[in-house]
Design a protein around this ligand. Structure first.
Ligand code: G3P
Length: 249
């Protein structure tokens, strides 16, 4: 951890019921969270209102996606304005599941980021390589290209957190080693320095996602350029998520 306040996001993905979510909220409300950490959860859209109504204000709420522009005749989409209306402060964009399962492309994701920022939402901007790309030695190329698509689209980096999530580590139990994650994070920071500015490079938080859990987060958090986590599976368990939040100390 090095740049700015440690940031831990819980991405609940397409999981939960009213009942399981009310239990998770109760566990989060009871958890002791280190004060000097930004904590955000991203519930499925349909439960955001339930979460906002009963979750402690200590934890901010994020959408898992948003539409690329103003709402209207876009069946099945959720607009930035609607997320704001429900009290969300953040949106996750460019998640690998949206890139590789749904087929979202760099340019479209960049436009979504620019629109969300223009409306005042913070953006958790995800990037990351597939296993075959890593094995072909293309990790940096792929990550830089995805990062460039954001850089080309956004006017400012003030409200962006970069989430590096190697696709081979997501939901697989195969967490990147602290060294593997650090190597990419520092390369991303260098890319920002050379292509955006030294200030943005030093201020922007770069968080890691992919099989983070209560047992491996402390070692990862020791690395200089790992400024937090985006947690999937382990964020569905309140006490374990709290352990991850508190792993920076
Ligand atoms: O966005 C978080 C995520 O993709 C990581 O998921 O389940 O490997 O922690 P998981």
């Amino acid at each position: 951890a090095g740049s700015g306040k440690f940031f831990v996001g819980g991405n609940w993905k397409c999981n939960g019921t009213k009942d399981s979510i009310s239990k998770l909220i109760a566990d989060l409300n009871n958890a002791k969270l280190e004060p000097d950490v930004d904590v955000v959860v991203a519930p499925p859209f349909v439960y955001i209102d339930q979460v906002k109504t009963s979750l402690t204000d200590r934890i901010e709420v994020s959408g898992q996606n948003s539409w690329v522009g103003k709402g209207g005749a876009f069946t099945g989409e959720i607009s930035v304005e609607q997320l704001k209306d429900l009290g969300c402060k953040w949106v996750i964009l460019g998640h690998s599941e949206r890139r590789h399962v749904i087929g979202e492309k760099d340019e479209f994701i960049g436009k979504k980021a620019a629109y969300a920022l223009s409306e005042g939402l913070g953006v958790i901007a995800c990037i990351g390589e597939l296993l075959e790309e890593r094995e072909a030695g293309k990790t940096f190329d792929v990550c830089f290209q995805q990062l460039k698509a954001y850089a080309d689209a956004v006017p400012s980096w003030d409200n962006i957190v970069i989430a590096y999530e190697p696709v081979w580590a997501i939901g697989t139990g195969k967490v990147a080693s602290p060294e593997q994650a650090q190597e990419v994070h520092i390369a991303l920071r260098d890319w920002l320095k050379n292509n955006v500015s030294a200030e943005v490079a030093s201020k922007t938080r770069i968080i890691y996602g992919g099989s983070v859990n209560g047992g491996n987060s402390a070692e990862l958090a020791k690395k200089e350029d790992i400024d937090g986590f985006l947690v999937g599976g382990a964020s569905l368990k309140g006490p374990e998520f709290a352990t991850i939040v508190n792993s920076v100390t």
